[in-house]
Design a protein around this ligand. Structure first.
Ligand code: NAD
Length: 476
C-alpha cells in the first residue's frame, strides 16, 4: 500500500506531510494507510503530463479510442475487486457499487466512439464570402488537472478522464483522500494497456495536494467536482492565472409531487432520491414539494417506507442503505439533526444516528419545514429529506427555484403536459419526469447558479477538453 501515486508511468511512495487513513465506514475503522503526495511530487506529475502531451495529442483518434475501449474492458476484468472495494470503503450496497462500475465502463465506451468521430468534425466551414476557405480543428486543451470527491469515485473520475483522454489531453488526477484506493485501478489499467508514461498521472492527498495541483501554473485547465467552499478556492486559483475551469458543485434539489400521482410510485422515487448512496449525492432530491391534495396520504406512506429501509453493513448484511462514508460526514449530518431539534422541526422519521459501531444514521423526514430553515436551504449530504406542501403549479415552481443551487429536479405527475411545462420552468441542469435518477452518458451533467460552471457527459463533456481553432485561407 506504500506505492500509491502514479507519476510518469511509475508507482511511487508518497513524500507529503499528510498520512491518509483509508476507512471501513461500517466499522468506523481504518484498513489501510499511506503518505500523501508532496508538493514536489505534484510538480513531477504535472511535468510528466507536459512532456507526454506532444506525442499523445499527435496520436490518431482511433488509437486513443482503442485505449479508451481498453479501459472499459479492463474495468470489467476487475469487476469483483472494484465492487468489493466500493462496498468496503464507500459503504455502498452491492447493487449500487455494480451500477457505478457499469456507469464507468459505459463512459469509456461512449468517449471511445466520440473520439472515433473526431476526424469527421475537422471539416471545411461553408463561407458566404467568396475567395476564402476556412476549416475547423478541435484541439486538446492541453495538460488538465482533475480533482474529484469521494461519493462516486469510479464514476466521477471516469466522467473526466475518458473525455480528457479522448480529446488528446494529458492528465493529473487527484482522487479524494476518503476513497483513494478505488481510482488506483485507472493507473493499474494504464500500466496494463501500455498507455504512454505521463499521459495519466495520479497523485493522492488532502487539501495540501489538491491546492498544489489547482494552484499549479503548468496546467492548461482544471476540472473540479466537490464542495462549494473548495470550488470557490479552485476558481480563485484559476482566475489568478486566467485559466479555464469546470466546476461541478453542490445541490439542494427539489422533487415536486402533484396530486394526480400514483402515491406508491411517487414514494418509491422520493425514497430513491434521498437514500441512494445514503443521500451522499450532489443530486439528492432533498427538498420534497408535495401538493396539498395528496400530502396527508403520501407523508405517512413515505414515513413507513423510510423506516422500513434496511440500513447496515453492505459486506455482511442484505441492505438498502449503508453507512455514511466518513466520520466527518457523519458528524456533519448529526449536527443537522441537532439544528433541527433547536429549530423545533417536526420529525416524522429518523433524526438520529444509529446506536451501533460505524457511521450510520437513520433515513430522516422532516415535514412542514420553514423556508428559512437551514435544513431547507443548505446541502446536508446525507439521507435527510425536508418536506413542504404547495397549492398551485406556480407556487411549486417558485419554491423549487428558490435556492442558491440549481443542479437537478424531479417532477411527478400523471399530467405529462404539466410535467413537461414544469420541467422547462425549473432552473436546473437536469430534470427527471416520473423516474428515478437515471443518468445516461449521452445526456449532460452539471448545474446552474451555485451548482457550478460547465457540463460533463455527452458531447459537452468532450468539448470541455477541446479548444476550437479555425484556419482561414485567402484563395486570391
Ligand atoms: P471537497 O470539496 O471537500 O473535496 C473535493 C476534492 O477537493 C477532494 O479531492 C479534496 O481532497 C480536494 N480538496 C480539498 N481542499 C482542497 C483545496 N484547498 N484545493 C484543491 N483541492 C482541495 O468535497 P467532498 O466532501 O469530497 O465531496 C462532497 C461535495 O462534492 C458535495 O458538496 C457534493 O455536492 C459535491 N459533488 C458534486 C457533484 C456534481 O457533479 N455536481 C458530484 C459529486 C459531489
Amino acid at each position: 500500500m506504500t506505492n500509491s501515486h502514479y507519476i510518469a508511468g511509475r508507482w511511487v511512495e508518497g513524500q507529503g506531510n499528510d498520512c491518509i487513513s483509508v476507512n471501513d465506514p461500517a466499522l468506523g475503522q481504518p484498513f489501510a494507510e499511506f503518505m500523501a503526495a508532496s508538493v514536489a511530487q505534484v510538480d513531477q506529475a504535472v511535468a510528466a503530463a507536459r512532456s507526454a502531451l506532444p506525442a499523445w495529442k499527435s496520436t490518431s483518434a482511433s488509437e486513443r479510442a482503442a485505449f479508451l475501449r481498453g479501459f472499459a474492458e479492463q474495468l470489467g476484468q476487475r469487476r469483483e475487486a472494484l465492487i468489493a472495494l466500493q462496498m468496503r470503503n464507500n459503504g455502498k450496497p452491492r447493487h449500487e457499487a455494480e451500477i457505478d462500475l457499469d456507469d464507468a465502463i459505459a463512459t469509456f465506451g461512449y468517449y471511445a466512439e466520440l473520439a472515433e468521430q473526431l476526424p469527421a468534425k475537422h471539416r471545411d466551414v461553408p463561407l458566404a464570402a467568396p475567395g476564402f476557405t476556412a476549416r475547423t480543428r478541435l484541439e486538446p486543451v492541453g495538460v488538465v488537472g482533475l480533482i474529484v470527491p469521494w461519493n462516486f469515485p469510479l464514476v466521477t473520475s471516469a466522467w473526466k478522464l475518458a473525455p480528457a483522454l479522448a480529446a488528446g489531453c494529458t492528465v493529473v488526477l487527484k482522487p479524494s483522500e476518503v476513497t483513494p484506493l478505488i481510482e488506483q485501478a485507472y493507473g493499474q489499467i494504464a500500466d496494463a494497456l501500455g498507455l504512454p508514461a505521463g499521459v495519466l498521472n495520479i497523485v493522492n492527498g488532502k487539501a495540501e495536494t489538491g491546492a498544489a495541483l489547482s494552484n499549479h501554473n503548468g496546467l492548461d485547465k482544471l476540472s473540479f467536482t466537490g464542495s462549494n467552499s473548495v470550488g470557490s478556492q479552485v476558481m480563485r486559483s484559476a482566475s489568478a492565472q486566467c485559466r479555464p475551469v469546470t466546476l461541478e458543485l453542490g445541490g439542494k434539489s427539489a422533487i415536486v409531487v402533484f396530486d394526480d400521482c400514483d402515491v406508491d410510485q411517487a414514494v418509491e422515487w422520493i425514497v430513491a432520491g434521498i437514500s441512494w448512496n445514503a443521500g451522499q449525492m450532489c443530486s439528492a432530491t432533498s427538498r420534497l414539494l408535495v401538493q396539498n391534495g395528496i400530502a396527508d396520504t403520501l407523508l405517512p406512506r413515505l414515513q413507513a417506507a423510510l423506516e422500513n429501509l434496511r440500513v447496515g453493513n453492505p459486506l455482511t448484511e442484505e441492505v438498502d442503505m449503508g453507512p455514511l462514508t466518513s466520520q466527518a460526514q457523519w458528524l456533519k449530518v448529526a449536527g443537522y439533526f441537532a439544528t433541527a431539534r433547536e429549530e423545533g422541526l417536526q420529525c416524522l422519521a429518523g433524526g438520529k444516528a444509529l446506536d451501533r459501531d460505524g457511521w450510520f444514521v437513520s433515513p430522516t423526514l422532516y415535514t412542514d419545514v420553514p423556508k428559512h430553515s437551514r435544513l431547507w436551504t443548505e446541502e446536508i449530504f446525507g439521507p435527510v429529506l425536508c418536506a413542504r406542501r404547495f397549492a398551485s403549479e406556480e407556487q411549486a415552481i417558485a419554491e423549487a427555484n428558490d435556492s442558491r443551487f440549481g443542479l437537478v429536479a424531479t417532477v411527478c405527475s400523471a399530467d405529462l403536459a404539466r410535467a413537461e411545462r414544469v420541467a422547462d420552468a425549473l432552473e436546473v441542469g437536469h430534470v427527471w419526469i416520473n423516474s428515478v435518477q437515471a443518468v445516461f452518458v449521452e445526456t449532460s451533467w452539471g448545474g446552474t447558479k451555485g451548482s457550478g460552471i460547465g457540463r460533463e457527459l455527452g458531447p459537452w463533456g468532450l468539448s470541455a477538453y477541446q479548444s476550437v481553432k479555425h484556419v482561414t485561407r485567402c484563395l486570391g
